[in-house]
Design a protein around this ligand. Structure first.
Ligand code: NAD
Length: 252
């Protein structure tokens, strides 16, 4: 039987692939056979080693997604490798913490620019390329529990991730019939830089842990299966979902 999850011969762009969830997603897609174009601000050495260990092609593109400047460059560099772009994972994201009453315009704009604006315009640029190539593709947006819930002290993050869930549905509606699947993954609480402040706060950390049915924080590797699924032909008829991978948090 055909392996529905096989990504051999596919090329995947993963943003923010130098660390955390982006790195784990890149390694999982590579493990399923996809060549990786890793996009990020800093060195990708560790991600490169882990991906190359699986035997796939790897290319790093230095890019700061706080502006739209790198978008065309990312698409051109991915195509230069001689490949179609089959998969885009919009993972790069930032968070700023402060009470809503004190929140600054800069902390609003910085988060919205990376988490929502660049995500939209990179998706647009990649989708244009996919449409020219005529083979369809898969776009996966890394959303959050804050795509469904309010949270506290992270107003721009909640707005961006709630917006990203809506954008995922809109793009799915526009592009499903063109062969492009747009879906999201909502990670729960994972051990990465993004959650360092929470994990260092004993009160918040134990409150969070006691609410997770699985009884533990997520390990970045826990996300790989969902990414491979949504990137693969197993998900050809899946459009516009935001799949929680949260140890049961939303079920509670
Ligand atoms: P992280 O801080 O370790 O990784 C964030 C990644 O985004 C890094 O690779 C970083 O370099 C990249 N990035 C940030 N700003 C960028 C910019 N201007 N240009 C290019 N790259 C940039 O945190 P993470 O937890 O791995 O976060 C990955 C994604 O997962 C984010 O979108 C985050 O919101 C989301 N997320 C994380 C959790 C969690 O529990 N860790 C939960 C829900 C959602």
């Amino acid at each position: 039987m055909k392996n529905l999850f096989d990504l051999t011969g596919k090329t995947a762009i993963v943003t923010g692939a130098n660390t955390g969830l982006g790195q784990a997603i890149a390694v999982a897609l590579a493990g399923a056979g996809a060549g990786i174009v890793a996009v990020g601000r800093s060195a990708m050495d560790e991600t490169e080693r882990l991906c190359r260990d699986t035997g796939v092609a790897f290319r790093a593109v230095q890019a700061d997604l706080s502006s739209l400047e790198p978008i065309d460059r990312i698409v051109a560099a991915s195509a230069e490798a001689g490949n179609r772009i089959d998969i885009l994972v919009n993972n790069a994201g930032i968070i700023r913490r402060a009470d809503a009453i004190d929140f600054t315009e800069k902390d609003w704009d910085d988060v919205m620019n990376v988490n929502l604006k660049s995500t939209f315009f990179l998706s647009q640029a990649v989708a244009r390329r996919m449409l020219v190539d005529g083979h369809g593709g898969k776009i996966i947006n890394i959303a959050s529990l804050l795509s469904f819930q309010g949270g506290i002290r992270i107003p721009s993050y909640t707005a961006s991730k709630s917006g990203l869930a809506g954008l995922t549905r809109l793009l799915a509606c526009e592009w499903a019939a063109k062969g492009i699947n747009v879906n999201g993954i909502a990670p729960g609480y994972f051990v990465t830089n993004n959650t360092e402040a929470l994990r260092n706060d004993p009160k918040r950390s134990s409150e969070i842990l006691s609410r997770i049915p699985a009884g533990r924080w997520g390990d970045p590797g826990d996300l790989g299966g969902a990414a491979v699924f949504l990137a693969s032909s197993a998900a050809d008829y899946v459009h516009g979902i935001v799949l929680p991978v949260d140890g049961g948090w939303l079920a509670r």
